[in-house]
Design a protein around this ligand. Structure first.
Ligand code: PLP
Length: 467
């Protein structure tokens, strides 16, 4: 394998020679995404140096299980030779073409293969550079479609508390986590937020079915109050990922979809996390939830994180409606320099081969063991609930098991657990007082056991810290 070239400065001297200097360079010059408060523009973070399979190696040489698969994305695992090869081969064949007036083979073939996996009728694809731009594209398409159809007022977007849809202006405006808005502006006037469909936090004495009825009724009331003529889209992650792996009550998604259909509101399933095998299927909407959205946004696992690519599956019916309208000459003036990138699409094709060639089956096969191994952690006094589906799960810690009262945020229990787990060989994604686990889909049952054993110990050590 070719050695990774050493970075040099203008004078040819090596830059960042030695681990300490690299850490310092990042601290001084790198603006980290999601900086922790109090460290704006200058934050020391652990550095990873290598990855293989479900493992990563940090700068101190520690080998860690990649519990969150990067950010829910390294689905096929680290250091896949075939993904590296296809990127190199495509770069040597055609590294770029302008999507403004040309196309390329990988994007054409990928579109057909994705359409084959998507729910019936979702046979058009627009490629983006990631999840935020996919969500942005879906929303701009809704706005465009309603302008063309002569209903310019039908543009409001309904999202949910607890949801996460991205970091561009419009996609971030949909987010329902307080910290996403504390210091940031958003297009508030365009968005209506419904209650988070979290069964664990449903009102006391209310059953899950009744909770589901109330959530659907809330949406119906909003439509009645605001008027269907003003609401353009409803967007939902089938399972809220960053909000803490919230699996909605049974029937919730299908009932919300029915309301959308009744009122000509587009249903956008944000499958940036749930697609490409995380729930055992290329797309989870129909296969797992019986859902047939108008659009599906995807990213992350489409290339297993090897290349920044995202996209939106769009129902062909929507294009037909526009072609039949009085403004069939209207232009969807939206595009990115890297839309339909040939290297990204080539990697996605190879990644799809890996998924179809056994990885989806494997993910479905081990998911029961993954869920039950983590569920067993509910016997720990700090753990209020372990929930999840497929190969995504969340351990939520609570102040006490009787009331399930949340822990005070400043305890940052998730971070404490992560610190202990890293010492023991596991990376955890901490979310305030929760830990999210979504390992590479290649994980074996015995590696799941290792992961659960370390996590248990990390929680026990954290409990000791708190007393
Ligand atoms: N949608 C969902 C459900 C996500 O989880 C994320 C990112 O975590 C996004 C959209 C944004 O994707 P990206 O970070 O690739 O822009």
């Amino acid at each position: 394998m070719a050695a990774i070239p050493k970075a040099t400065g203008g004078n040819g001297d090596a830059i960042g020679d030695g681990p300490d200097e690299l850490t310092l360079l990042a601290e001084r010059h790198l603006v980290q995404p999601w900086p922790v408060s109090g460290s704006i523009g200058a934050e020391a973070r652990g550095r990873l140096e290598a990855g293989e399979g479900i493992y990563v190696t940090d700068a101190a040489g520690r080998r860690l299980i990649d519990g969150p698969a990067g950010m829910w994305c390294v689905n096929a695992g680290h250091r896949r030779q075939e993904l590296a090869d296809v990127m190199a081969a495509q770069a040597m064949e055609l590294s770029y073409n302008s999507p403004w007036y040309t196309t390329n083979a990988p994007s054409a073939v990928l579109s057909k293969r994705l359409a084959d996996h998507a729910p019936d009728g979702l046979d058009h694809v627009f490629y983006t550079t990631g999840g935020s731009s996919a969500v942005e594209t879906a929303l701009r398409f809704m706005q465009f479609a309603n302008n063309v159809k002569g209903r310019p007022d039908k543009k409001l977007i309904v999202s949910r508390q607890g949801g996460y849809h991205g970091s561009t202006y419009l996609s971030a405006s949909l987010n329902g986590r307080p910290r996403d808005h504390d210091w940031m502006d958003s297009a508030e006037g365009l968005v209506i937020k419904l209650t988070c469909p979290n069964p664990f936090r449903r009102p006391e004495g209310v059953g899950e079915a009744e909770f589901c009825d109330a959530l659907v009724a809330e949406f119906r009331d909003v439509i009645e109050k605001v008027g269907a003529g003003r609401i353009g889209a409803f967007i939902a992650e089938p399972i809220m990922a960053s909000g803490g792996v919230i699996v909605p009550p049974e029937g919730y998604l299908v009932r919300m979809r029915e309301l959308c259909r009744e009122h000509d509101i587009l249903f956008i399933a944000d499958e940036v996390v749930t697609a490409f095998g995380r729930l055992g299927h290329v797309f989870a909407s129909q296969e797992v939830f019986g859902l047939d959205p108008d659009m599906i946004t995807f990213a992350k696992g489409v290339t297993s994180g090897y290349f920044p690519l995202g996209g939106v599956m769009i129902a062909g019916r929507l294009f037909e409606e526009l072609r039949r309208s009085n403004h069939s000459d209207a232009m969807f003036a939206h595009g990115l320099t890297y839309s339909s990138h040939p290297i990204g699409c080539a990697v996605a094709l190879k990644n799809l081969d890996i998924l179809e060639g056994g990885l989806l089956d494997h993910a479905r096969d081990v998911s029961g063991h993954f869920q039950s191994s983590l569920k067993a952690l509910e016997d720990l006094p700090l753990v209020g609930e372990v929930r999840g589906l497929g190969l995504m799960a969340c351990v939520e810690c609570v102040a006490d098991r009787v009331s399930n009262n949340p822990l005070t945020l400043d305890l940052e229990v998730g971070k404490r657990i992560d610190t202990h787990c890293q010492e023991l060989g596991l990376l955890v994604r901490p979310l305030i007082n929760m830990c999210v686990m979504s390992p590479p889909l290649t994980i074996s049952k015995s590696q799941i056991d290792d992961m659960a054993t370390i996590l248990r110990r990390g929680i026990e050590l954290t409990t000791d810290d708190l007393v």
